[in-house]
Write a protein that binds this ligand. Structure first.
Ligand SMILES: CC(C)(COP(=O)(O)OP(=O)(O)OC[C@H]1O[C@@H](n2cnc3c(N)ncnc32)[C@H](O)[C@@H]1OP(=O)(O)O)[C@@H](O)C(=O)NCCC(=O)NCCS
Length: 473
């Protein structure tokens, strides 16, 4: 089964340029300029040399500047607070939250083009922003939407690879399997086998990255429909944007669910470079593994309960609260349930963060969405109660560095409200969104010629001896 008759946007652009060559010179220049304005690849091609120069200068002038001390705590403690990665697409401030190319989430909601006035940002706009650092026009976003639709062609063997798994396999296992199968079409791998110059690595990386981003909603919706809707698949709708189409292929046609999906895909896309999925994608890519291999590896990290699986855990946990205490739960009952969870040696899912030290702005914008679209939903009311009850308890524990809710504390309740009730599937949605951030950075990794990642590791013996010597000195 092949979804869509896709002709790549690049070849459409080339044929357009060919047609224009028969026109007079000035008209041709104008028309070519406007098509290159709308073409993301051309925009990047212009940007890359200046950024390469910038990095070269930074290294030449400041290569030996120290960025801090590495302590034993950091080495044992999961490298928290250790600056060790270059990640261009976004930056996380512990108090303010994420900024995509300098823009906060509320700024993105205000500035990025939407499907309708005052609507949620279109994820294609965020992709453009992450790749170029520039806020795109609606025309540029529409051109990118079209390019992604054109690239959304999934070969039959991908679905067959998924079908080889039991239908009960975790949705993330099915999704990652599908992404691995997509790798067969990697342009980077083909170009590398033909001996492409390292100066051109970014070009086939771009091809793979954009095709991967285009194809993952098809693979993800295939998994959903296979698992939960008797294998009745819904083809893409050529009139819809990326987020709207994903929602449509999952089987949700309401305007509100389309808006939710646009918001969801936008805010989950990137969270700087050190989180497990982003770092994994970058690390694997540093071996010159192509974007499919790198992103499949990232998905396996996202599937962990302390990372992307937390959104599944949150909804299941909230439902377990309702099962035990009912929907009209008092504050005291809720407190008892939170303590019961903690005393059982479990974490309260959806609270805490490795870097953030305040309420996650991704939580806040989902809360605003809920206040606008589903203020009376009983589970939303429970989520609001948890926002009051959980932080003081986690603070009382004394060891939790951030007692506030994170992105995962909210998303499940929104999806559940619009009918996407299968919590086990939620991390796949997160994965579709992450393709945008991880693939954008992979293009820049290759454009900037970033090297193989290879930090030094040590043993406990080594640390003990080093510390003894340091004390004696
Ligand atoms: C996100 C998370 C993994 C960050 O981990 P971290 O950086 O190690 O967090 P901290 O430094 O604050 O952890 C210190 C201690 O507090 C505990 N803690 C942190 N968040 C907690 C929570 N929500 N519930 C209970 N305990 C928590 C940790 O388990 C750790 O305990 P330990 O010393 O006994 O191992 C952690 O907060 C967590 O497990 N949260 C719940 C899962 C979740 O929502 N994940 C999604 C993240 S976006």
């Amino acid at each position: 089964m092949v979804f869509l008759k896709g002709v790549s946007a690049l070849s459409r652009l080339r044929s357009r340029v060919k047609q224009h060559s028969s026109l007079s010179n000035s008209v041709r220049w104008l028309q070519m300029q406007s098509s290159s304005d709308l073409d993301l690849h051309s925009q990047l091609k212009e940007l890359i040399p200046e950024q390469q120069e910038r990095l070269k200068k930074l290294r030449a002038e400041h290569g030996k500047v120290q960025l801090g001390n590495i302590t034993v705590d950091m080495v044992i403690g999961g490298m928290r607070g250790m600056t060790g990665l270059l990640w261009e697409t976004s930056l996380l401030d512990p108090d303010e939250g994420i900024r995509f190319r300098g823009l906060s989430i509320p700024e993105c909601q205000k500035l990025l083009p939407a499907a309708k006035p005052d609507g949620e940002p279109l994820p294609e706009g965020l992709l453009w922003l992450l790749l170029t650092g520039k806020v795109p026009s609606k025309a540029q976003v529409d051109a990118l939407s079209q390019e992604l639709r054109d690239r959304a062609v999934v070969p039959d063997y991908v679905f067959k690879a998924i079908d080889a798994l039991p239908v009960s396999a975790h949705p993330m296992t099915q999704f990652a399997t599908g992404v691995m199968a997509l790798q067969v079409q990697s342009e980077f791998q083909k170009a590398y086998e033909k001996g492409i110059s390292k100066l051109k690595y970014w070009e086939p990386t771009y091809e793979d990255a954009l095709s991967l981003i285009a194809c993952v909603p098809l693979v993800a919706s295939y998994v959903y429909r296979r698992m939960y809707k008797d294998g009745k698949f819904i083809p893409m709708d050529d009139s819809l944007d990326y987020g709207g189409n994903f929602s449509h292929m999952l089987g949700f046609s309401s305007h509100q669910m389309h808006e939710l999906m646009r918001l969801y895909v936008t805010i989950h896309s990137d969270h700087e470079g050190g989180n497990v999925s982003a770092h994994t994608g970058h690390l694997v890519g540093s071996a010159l593994s192509d974007p499919y291999l790198s992103f499949a590896a990232a998905l396996n990290g996202l599937a962990g309960p302390l990372h992307g699986l937390a959104n599944q855990e949150v909804l299941l946990w909230i439902k377990s609260v309702v099962d035990e205490c009912g929907e009209n739960i008092s504050k005291e009952q809720l407190k008892d349930y939170v303590w019961k969870t903690l005393n059982g040696g479990k974490v309260v899912p959806g609270f805490g963060h490795g870097v953030l030290r305040k309420t996650d702005p991704r939580y806040m914008c989902q809360r605003e969405f809920a206040l606008k679209h589903l203020p009376d939903d009983p589970l939303f009311k429970l989520v609001s109660q948890l926002y009051e009850v959980v932080p003081p308890i986690l603070t009382e524990l004394g060891k939790v560095k951030n007692p506030w809710p994170n992105v995962d504390a909210h998303s499940g309740v929104l999806l559940n409200h619009f009918g996407l009730t299968e919590a086990r599937y939620y991390t796949v949605l997160f994965g579709v969104s992450r393709s945008i951030g991880i693939c954008s950075q992979l293009i820049w990794d290759r454009a900037l010629g970033l090297p193989l990642e290879r930090p030094k590791s040590v043993t406990m013996d080594w640390l003990e001896n080093y510390c003894k010597k340091a004390k004696a000195a």
